[in-house]
Design a protein around this ligand. Sequence first.
Ligand SMILES: Cc1cc2nc3c(=O)[nH]c(=O)nc-3n(C[C@H](O)[C@H](O)[C@H](O)COP(=O)(O)O)c2cc1C
Ligand code: SF4
Ligand code: FES
Length: 572
Amino acid sequence: MPEPDLHPLRERLAEMALSGRGALLPALHAAHELYGYLSEPAAREISRTLSVPLAEIHGVVEFYSMFYNHPVGKRIVRICGDPACALAGGEQVLQAVCHHLGVKEGESTLDGAYTVERAPCLGLCEHAPAALVDTIALGKLAPDQAQKVCQAQAYRPVGVVAGDIRLLTANCGKGRPTTIKEYHSGGGYQGLRRALSMPPDAVIAEVKAAGLVGRGGAAFPTGLKWEGAARANGEPRYVVCNADESEPGTFKDRVLMEEDPHRILEGLIIAGYAIGAHKGFIYVRGEYPYAYQTMQAAVEEARQAGYLNSNILNSGFGFEIELFLGAGAYICGEETALFESIEGKRGFPRLKPPFPTTYGLFGQPTAINNVETLCNVPYIVEHGAAEYRRMGTEKSPGTKLFCLSGDVEKPGLYEAPFGVSLRHVLYDLAGGVRQGRGLQAVLLGGAAGAFATTQQLDVRLSFEDLRASGLPLGSGVVMALDESRDLRQFLLGLGHFFAHESCGKCYPCQLGTQRQYEILRRVAAGKPLEGDLERLADVGWTMSDASICGLGQTAASAVLSALKLWPELFKN
Ligand SMILES: Cc1cc2nc3c(=O)[nH]c(=O)nc-3n(C[C@H](O)[C@H](O)[C@H](O)COP(=O)(O)O)c2cc1C
Ligand code: SF4
Ligand code: FES
């Protein structure tokens, strides 16, 4: 194979003024843009420029699914194989595209034009079955569209955004980003103005009084987190926006980024002011190239409007934002794995404690929040905690974004105050089960979630009500399964996801996710062994109890809930 011309890479690295380990992922992205993969000479060039050992570079490339150390097709066709797409016929689309190109999944065509991959959830679940062709998102695909998929030109499906209340999604649903002018005309950046007129402690106190809790899945009180980071010793401090959104079934953060980027920026700048950070990072997953571009353009707009500089609105407070693009790894949504990724390493979660508030990004005090969490902040600061608390319930104030997918008439993003019933969200907002079929079950909270039965439709969607019913809210996934669905196949899909995404750092999860998948394969094939039910339960509880991070701790959650509800599924 001819040696690649390294001049463009040298120029690009010089242009980007990259240095040090933290520049590794941007440098690898640059190499992939230029050559499609990382050749050995390119790896050596990056190693020299950034002073990162070559072996470490290979370790990082192998860790992330969107980086390659071998040549791949000029176009990479990624077809989602996860639950919402599987329900909508994603497997048939994948097979049709492979057949059309004469390859198997994971292979490249002989002319080097295409590589076809089965991808984990692409965050396009309301458009299922979905694909990402290079940077082009495609949805509602059918097997007879294989040629269209391969030849995809700029196209982006527009999804449904609706709900009972439009606080966080006020500017969403247009199918395009809200400009800063439009954001201003709806009162945008007034929260920031108000925050800058208050002492930072008072901003934290307002967020605490509002009772805002994190929307990334762990439901931690945001004000308390900010207080911890503000009080921790150590400069500089950082705020990080977690835009890695990879939980299967979740697409809310993508819609917020693509359609209302300034709300996120405003929330992040206020967070920075509150904790005394002058730098914020936004970590966008690699599978969201359009969201990344939109955020990039919005950061530029915000800078020009005077919201990102060393003396914002003459307040004396300075703040800058750096965008960071992931490269395909579900685990990088876990906060400490995300820090490792920004630091240019493989995304292995750290042991906690210490927690990010004291020892976070680059070992400094850090407040990390989910995109949706940050979107609540401008409203809270502008209108005050009391006004915010008028929505939702006493213990779960505010609104929630629900990602409706699967067998519903109108998949989409729905905003509702906390406390509405599951029935309301499923039937009144999303139009009920498709084709008038009966409902079998609802997966709540994503792959790491649990099943609600038809007897639980009146459960109120609030943290306290769901907890009392033993159900997770997670990241707001509501995935409906109609009566015709084979739950064993569905569980097998979840099992595959975790076996694929476990980072392998700790044994309970590394081995447990593999064993769980093996047993689920037997179950789905209708050939469970004697004792497989007990084995699944045993593996599941071991992973839940002994894994070191949330991935392993929840990798059996849906399976354990199915074991309890439908034990007959796991027996011959
Ligand atoms: C395996 C795993 C994946 C996660 N993925 C995400 C994610 O994609 N987005 C997110 O905001 N939080 C994710 N989290 C939760 C984060 O670790 C963290 O709790 C969150 O970013 C904090 O923000 P919040 O308090 O605003 O929710 C994940 C956690 C685990 C264990
Ligand atoms: S629980 Fe799983 S994902 Fe988390 S550190 Fe252990 S092996 Fe990695
Ligand atoms: S895009 Fe396919 S399951 Fe989310």
